[in-house]
Design a binder for this molecule. Structure first.
Ligand SMILES: N[C@@H](CCC(=O)N[C@@H](CS)C(=O)NCC(=O)O)C(=O)O
Length: 228
């Protein structure tokens, strides 16, 4: 089976959850990076420059023997099944994993949509309020849905859900999201525990070394000090 993964140049959770899952399982795939001009074209026409169809005009997109699949959750489940890290015969565990993929989407949409059409100053203000308000509430809910013991969110080993949360929280706490303080995770020990465990996993370290720019800011899971 030929797999070609199409995404932008930054390691956002929507793509990383699936790419890393394939990488850990030793499944080869083409890692195709789309530059901003081509992405604008995708949004308008639903096509890459070479004519490849991107069905929902959004990324990520995975080509499976030339057939495009979109939507983060659909791609993650497909890759998880190929990799043996998403159950094919355990509907309860599958739904439990899905909950975290969908919750990651909820948080992403909440943050991205806040202040999107406002001036920089207004956006900054709304995002700061978000961190203390609805985003804080969501993080608290996430915290309460993570197992009390062990490293991982629901299982005894690292899964799609842990990788998704690691990268989403890395983005949120990296200082690159306007108005979101880098100490956003300080009140959530279990979220930080999961992020540190994923960040320290040897296959994750290998992937980071292989694909992330030198010194890439993967987030702030250790520091509980003042916001930078
Ligand atoms: N529901 C989609 C959303 C994907 C999404 O919003 N991707 C962004 C890039 S990270 C995008 O393509 N935005 C352009 C657009 O929505 O027009 C998913 O879960 O994959």
């Amino acid at each position: 089976m030929e797999l070609s993964f199409i995404y932008l140049s930054f390691p956002f959770w929507r793509a990383e959850v699936s790419k890393i899952t394939l990488y850990i399982a030793g499944i080869d795939f083409e890692n195709r990076v789309i530059l901003p001009e081509e992405f604008q074209q995708v949004k308008i026409s639903g096509k890459l420059n070479d004519g490849t169809c991107i069905p929902h005009h959004q990324l990520p997109c995975l080509l499976v023997d030339g057939h495009p699949i979109v939507q983060t959750g659909a791609i993650a489940r497909f890759c998880g099944k190929l990799a043996g890290s998403y159950p094919k015969n355990d509907d309860l565990l599958a739904a439990q994993i899905d909950q975290f993929i969908d919750f990651s989407t909820d948080i992403t949409v909440l943050v991205s949509n806040t202040g999107r059409d406002d001036s920089q100053q207004e956006k900054q203000k709304k995002r700061e309020a978000l961190a203390d308000g609805e985003l804080g509430r969501k993080l608290n809910i996430l915290e309460n849905n993570i197992k009390d013991n062990g490293d991982w969110i629901i299982r005894d080993n690292m899964g799609l859900e842990d990788i998704a949360i690691w990268r989403l929280m890395g983005w949120l706490s990296s200082g690159t999201v306007d108005g979101i303080p880098t100490n956003i995770l300080q009140r959530y020990p279990k979220i930080k525990r999961v992020c540190i465990a994923v960040d320290n996993a040897s296959k994750i370290r290998d992937w980071v070394k292989l694909t992330y720019p030198e010194g890439y800011n993967r987030g702030n899971y250790h520091d509980t000090g003042a916001s930078k």
